[in-house]
Design a protein around this ligand. Structure first.
Ligand code: NGS
Length: 279
């Protein structure tokens, strides 16, 4: 039961928003790539989104307070498809949310995990968010019951992706889209900062959770369905296995507590908060 799993950010009261689990069966999306895209300013105005990509329902008290953290570099077309889709999706769930895009400057290999740590740190400066969704922009959630809020245990949200024929490739997969409360994320010292290049950082994070006794949960495969936008695959980093081998030695010293980065620029854009960083 999804309702029992959810960890509310606020106590329910009179006029709390209803979280409706529709039980709607997954239906294949028509390709999101082909959806018409709206001008961001027009879209923000139409949907009542505040500068920096902030929204909350006005006719009821939201139960969930969520920061959505998106690491980014170079994929502008995908970012616009994602924004076009995700705002109406999140609004249908009556969340109090804000979207952060953390862009890495061009000088080093991409470091997805470190960008998540940066997004977490920067988001906590803006608001006292209770719940964090860390996710890739190429993943489009297909089922409105896949609620973008936290659960009592860390949740792997994207366990059923079209590119894997909607199967989970391995039990320890914790990539794609995940949800953790602030407290859960702090408890494991965030992500490792050392995974430059593709692969392994999510496996490392999974073992962090395990080492701290946090069991991962997943909603059913009909709910956790995502459509992955197509792109060229990155070549995997050759250093990733070596880093994974000694990851346990770094849990306490490598993560939120030694995070070092430089904000180069930031803007409140119509559909998201944009932060450019050197990591
Ligand atoms: C594993 C990677 C993970 C990655 C997963 C799925 O092999 O980082 O594949 O990748 N681990 C290592 O490389 C050690 S996917 O097929 O979605 O591109 O998330």
């Amino acid at each position: 039961n999804i309702h029992d799993e959810l960890e509310k950010s606020y106590d329910p009261r009179d006029n709390s928003c209803v979280i409706s689990i529709t039980g709607r069966k997954f239906s294949e999306l028509s390709y999101p790539e082909e959806h018409p895209r709206e001008d961001p300013v027009a879209m923000a105005r139409r949907l009542g989104i505040l500068p920096g990509g902030q929204w909350r329902p006005l006719n009821c008290h939201p139960l969930f307070n969520v920061a959505i953290i998106l690491p980014f570099r170079n994929r502008h077309a995908q970012l616009s498809i994602f924004m076009n889709y995700i705002h109406p999706f999140l609004q249908s769930q009556n969340l109090d949310y804000r979207i952060f895009v953390i862009e890495q400057s061009p000088i080093r290999e991409f470091n997805r995990a470190k960008l998540f740590n940066v997004g977490y740190k920067e988001a906590t400066k803006v608001n006292d968010f209770h719940c964090f969704i860390f996710q890739d922009i190429d993943l489009i959630p297909q089922n409105p019951d896949n609620i973008y809020a936290c659960t009592k245990m860390p949740r792997h949200m994207s366990s059923s992706v079209n590119t894997f024929r909607y199967n989970l490739p391995y039990t320890g997969l914790f990539g794609g889209a995940i949800a953790l409360t602030r407290r859960q994320f702090e408890w494991v010292n965030g992500f490792s900062n050392v995974f430059y290049g593709w692969g392994g950082e999510d496996d490392d994070f999974y073992s962090r959770l395990q080492s701290r006794g946090l069991q991962v949960i997943r909603f059913g495969p009909d709910i956790a369905q995502y459509y992955m936008l197509t792109h060229k695959k990155e070549p995997p980093s050759s250093a990733r296995f070596e880093r994974l081998e000694n990851s346990a030695r770094r849990y306490d010293s490598d993560g939120l507590n030694n995070l070092d980065y430089k904000v180069l620029d930031h803007q409140l854009r119509p559909l998201y908060s944009w932060i450019l960083v050197d990591v």
